[in-house]
Design a protein around this ligand. Structure first.
Ligand code: N01
Length: 543
């Protein structure tokens, strides 16, 4: 992989470079943004901390890493040729294939020459007199740019709980979100996996097949629906390609920006038999559309209970030991924490080499040189896998010292939670844009179309500024306050705030509890389009 990246066309160090725009991050967002800004004729430099492009798909190489949105929809739509020429091999693409796709995109659109790898941005400071951003990297390099665009990803800053004795463990430890490039062999090993979110759910079945013994440390049981992944029928693929634009148009009208076949009926108005039939059908088809079976599932606790109980019944059917089935059965609202999709997750707990340990009542107290100690017992382990997630949505942004007008730091401004207008920009930080920032559909949508929508919007905004000879743009405090209130109001009408999810920052000790994504892709896109059509309403633009 490294060799493929190290092409001579790759950008060299940007010592004292001046650019029209700097983009931080070369994942789906950074690549697309670079392409759009190049089309405007801007000089651009992308800084990427990884030794390769790909963002999430570069770092998350753990066994089983795979997308939970269908391949045909989890891809760019900015180029019809690209859509037509790329062939996906599976219904849900694996990490390796998505990374290959991004490598292909980088080559096809000659993006690498503006991307500087192995470069972590440490600060971005707005110089008011010059009207430019100064971007500094860990290596001490500096760049100056009129526009600074954060394409840093929503789930890119890993989170490892600060267990006592964390560094004392004698064996290797791994985090799913920062997995080694060299193959990891668990054969013959006693492995501990901490965490049962999407990363745990995907990796546990594969680690179980290899390890001598697997101990799964579960604090909160998870709802997961079968993926029923399979090779993608070339005929189906051809049919979609026959009217790709049609698929994209239909998807854009869906609440999550991809085709979840939303049911219009209310679960509470359906008969028990109708509900069962609908859930069975969606369980058999697999994937995230399970939660779209009825229109009230994310709004009414009673409705939600019907879907939750259906999954619990499935767990009891699949898992042979009733005690283990009970431990695996979640009690919180289904989809309140992100719904997972899996291949053989619950089945894995029927294996004789797999032990489920409930650490909700008896938490992990310490990592020891030989393993791990909970309140109740000690476990000897050869390796530990942290599938403990991310400091989501704000972690990567606040990991950079970003300072706007008057030296205001973003960390200070967001001390009580992120505040943005449309998740695209924040008052006091002129010409700073975020791709899929907090306050936008982002993680509650199909990420790739959301990313493209943002990149298109930002590119159009920059073009507008140029046409109107305007030098700076930033949201007004008034528009930002109203948007933050609206995001909260929409979330408050749902069941999402009812559990301790990373959507709320609840997984990171001390993080303010604020619901960060915006629910409703179509309404959001309409709002962004209206804002632009009204001359960037809610923004102040100055010459
Ligand atoms: O992280 P998570 P993730 N002691 O935060 C547990 C996307 N994604 O990496 O729930 C014990 O969901 C924690 O327990 P609890 C997707 O959006 C997508 O799995 O806080 N356990 C939880 O079980 C996803 O939602 C795919 O009680 C501790 C786990 O660690 C997001 O990334 C694949 C603990 C963390 O789960 C994050 O998923 C992978 C402690 N002290 C990821 N601290 C696709 O399928 C934390 N935990 C595309």
């Amino acid at each position: 992989m490294r060799d493929a990246q190290a092409k001579p066309t790759q950008a060299g160090p940007a010592e004292n470079g001046r650019f029209d725009a700097v983009i931080v991050g070369a994942g789906f967002a950074g690549l697309c943004m670079l392409h759009r800004l190049r089309e405007l004729g801007l000089s651009v430099r992308v800084f990427e901390r990884g030794s390769g492009i790909g963002g999430t798909w570069f770092w998350n190489r753990y066994p089983g890493a795979r997308c939970d949105v269908e391949s045909m929809e989890y891809s760019y739509q900015f180029s019809e040729e690209l859509q037509q020429e790329w062939n996906w091999s599976e219904r849900f693409a694996a990490q390796q294939e998505i990374l290959r796709y991004l490598e292909h995109v980088a080559d096809r659109f000659d993006l690498r020459r503006d991307i500087q790898l192995d470069t972590r941005v440490s600060s971005a400071v707005f110089d008011e007199s010059a009207g430019r951003w100064t971007i500094e990297t860990d290596g001490g390099a500096r760049a100056s740019a009129k526009f600074c665009i954060m394409a840093t990803g929503c789930l890119s800053s890993t989170s490892t709980p600060r267990f006592a004795g964390l560094d004392s463990f004698a064996g290797p430890t791994f985090h799913t979100g920062n997995w080694p490039h060299a193959p990891v062999d668990f054969s013959g090993k006693r492995v501990g996996v901490i965490g049962t979110g999407s990363s745990g759910v995907q990796s546990i079945p594969l680690i179980a097949r290899q390890a001598a013994q697997l101990f799964v440390f579960q604090r909160t049981p998870t709802y997961t629906v079968p993926a029923h992944n399979h090779p993608l029928d070339p005929g189906v693929q051809e049919r979609i390609k026959g009217d790709y634009a049609g698929l994209r148009r239909r998807a854009a009208q869906m609440p999550f920006g991809f085709d979840t076949r939303p049911g219009e009926k209310l679960a509470l108005e359906a008969t028990a038999e109708e509900r069962r039939a609908e859930y069975e059908d969606r369980w058999a088809r697999g994937g995230l559309p399970f939660i779209s079976g009825f229109a009230d599932l994310l709004y009414s606790k009673d409705a939600n209970d019907t879907a939750a109980e259906f999954v619990r019944a499935k767990i009891r059917e699949i898992v042979r030991d009733p005690r283990v089935a009970e431990m695996l059965s979640p009690r919180q609202v289904i989809a309140c924490k992100r719904l997972c999709i899996d291949t053989g997750y619950y089945e894995t707990f029927n294996r004789s080499n797999v032990t489920l340990i409930d650490v909700s009542a008896a938490p992990i107290e310490a990592i020891t040189p030989r393993g791990l100690r909970t309140k109740n017992a000690e476990y000897e382990l050869d390796c530990i896998v942290f599938a403990t997630g991310f400091d989501a949505m704000t972690g990567a942004l606040l990991g950079i010292d970003i300072r706007g007008r008057g030296g205001l730091s973003l960390a200070r401004k967001w001390a009580e939670g992120p505040r943005t207008y449309l998740g695209l920009a924040t008052a006091g930080f002129p010409n700073l844009f975020m791709i899929t920032g907090p306050g936008s559909p982002s993680v509650l949508s199909n990420m790739v179309p959301s990313i493209e929508q943002h990149a298109n919007w930002i590119a159009r905004c920059i073009a507008y500024l140029r046409e109107h000879e305007l030098a700076r743009i930033e949201p007004t405090a008034l528009a930002e306050d109203a948007w933050v209130e609206h995001v909260n109001e929409v979330a408050g009408g749902t069941l999402f705030p009812s559990c301790n999810s990373w959507y709320l920052g609840a997984n990171v000790p001390g993080k303010p509890r604020v619901f960060m994504p915006y629910l409703g892709f179509p309404a959001y896109v309409q709002k962004c389009d209206e804002v632009a059509a009204k001359g960037y309403e809610g923004f102040a633009a100055t010459p």
